[in-house]
Design a protein around this ligand. Structure first.
Ligand code: ZN
Ligand code: ZN
Length: 381
């Protein structure tokens, strides 16, 4: 007599906690997912320690970021493009316990800029961004990554290192502007520095503050502008970094009268596009207007006089986006230097931390920006 033997195998994958979204629909959820349901990118096993939250996360959560989409074949996206994790097992040049930060934008795999690690200049537009579009982000207990996309974070920067991600975009922007200005035979001052060059930063949010810190460290004179008086926190930055402040609630005429024109203007507002028309008359000869904040409404136009002036005076308008690995590394150098150069400001950069176990609070900070916020950090414990 023959017996048939059936063996039933049930495969179970470990669960992990993750913060997920379903773009283009609004909403966010803290949930348990199967580990095999998450995108991974390499062999280095990393346990998440911190996530940063920024405006992009909130736009996704509130269903407003049209370019956000799901990973192929999945019905959710793990949120989070700002993260610091700890390497769990020695691998690929990393030791157990090393702190690392992932580079969030990853190349299209086709164009030459992506193939040399510079998808910030992707030529096909087919790049992906972890936690934003096409691939899962890092608001989860752990992930596996490729060393190519990992930046080492020194232990001495564990406290403010999370800012290296947003700061990388600014480092790339400044690098690009300095490269653009190489077109001018001499842009440095008579003492060889850039100390005589004047920059105007429109907007005093986290991006405006980081631009100011980098430009002050580079040596330029800086004016920050907003349509109100500075807050107490902004006042600390202004005093410590020796920056000027302009209340633009009545327009920019007074600033032009008192200071003259600027060599560099950065729009860091992400508000109405009409701001660009207002500040163009403040741009000096051989000047650069950098567009960084994403406008969400409005328009601007240039009449023939303004176009003639732009031609006669060699003016440049440039879009500024996305830092890559060299810029993350430069960001760390600046974060480390500010602990000494601007210690009070440096301590104000992290507004507060929220534990991942305090789910109600995590969901709240993912939905709306807090008054006076620079960077809020989620702590995985
Ligand atoms: Zn961000
Ligand atoms: Zn590309």
């Amino acid at each position: 007599m023959r017996h048939k033997v059936y063996i039933l195998v049930i495969l179970t994958y470990p669960l992990m906690k993750a913060i997920i979204v379903k773009p283009p629909n609004p909403g966010v959820e803290i949930t348990e997912i199967n580990e095999n349901e998450a995108n991974n990118y390499g062999k280095v096993k990393i346990r998440t320690l911190y996530n940063g939250i920024c405006g992009t996360d909130r736009e996704i959560v509130n269903g407003k970021l049209t370019l956000s989409n799901l990973p192929k074949g999945k019905n959710f996206l793990i949120l989070g493009h700002e993260a610091i994790g700890v390497v769990e097992e020695p691998c690929c040049g990393f030791s157990q316990g090393d702190l690392v930060m992932p580079v969030n934008r990853r190349g299209c795999g086709v164009c030459r800029n992506c193939l040399i690690g510079r998808p910030d200049f992707c030529e096909t537009g087919q790049f992906v961004e972890a936690g934003i579009h096409g691939i899962d982000g890092f608001m989860r207990e752990e992930w596996y990554d490729d060393p190519r996309y990992l930046v080492r974070i020194p232990k001495t920067l564990e406290d403010i290192g999370i800012l290296a991600q947003p700061l990388a975009d600014i480092e790339k922007s400044i690098e690009e502007i300095l490269n653009i200005q190489k077109r001018v035979p001499v842009w440095s001052c008579d003492d060889g520095t850039l100390n005589c060059r004047k920059a105007l930063i429109i907007g005093t949010g986290p991006i405006g503050i980081l631009f100011t810190l980098v430009l002050r460290t580079t040596g330029l004179e800086v004016w920050m502008a907003n349509r109100r008086e500075p807050t107490e926190i902004e006042q600390t930055f202004i005093e410590e970094t020796n920056t000027n402040y302009f209340n633009s609630s009545n327009g920019y005429d007074k600033l032009k009268e008192s200071v003259g024109k600027f060599d560099l203007i950065i729009d860091a507002t992400g508000a109405d596009a009409g701001i660009i028309k207002q500040v163009i008359p403040l741009l000096g000869r051989n000047g650069v207007l950098g567009l960084f904040g994403f406008p969400i409404s409005g328009s601007f136009s240039m009449d023939f006089n303004a176009i003639q002036d732009a031609i006669h005076a060699n003016k440049v308008i440039v879009g500024l986006v996305n830092g890559q690995k060299p810029h993350f590394q430069q960001a760390l150098v600046h974060l480390a230097s500010w602990k000494t150069l601007y210690p009070k400001s440096s301590r104000l950069l992290i507004t507060r931390t929220v534990s991942i176990n305090d789910e109600k609070e995590v969901l709240k900070v993912l939905k709306e920006k807090e008054h006076g916020e620079i960077k809020i950090k989620i702590v995985w414990e």
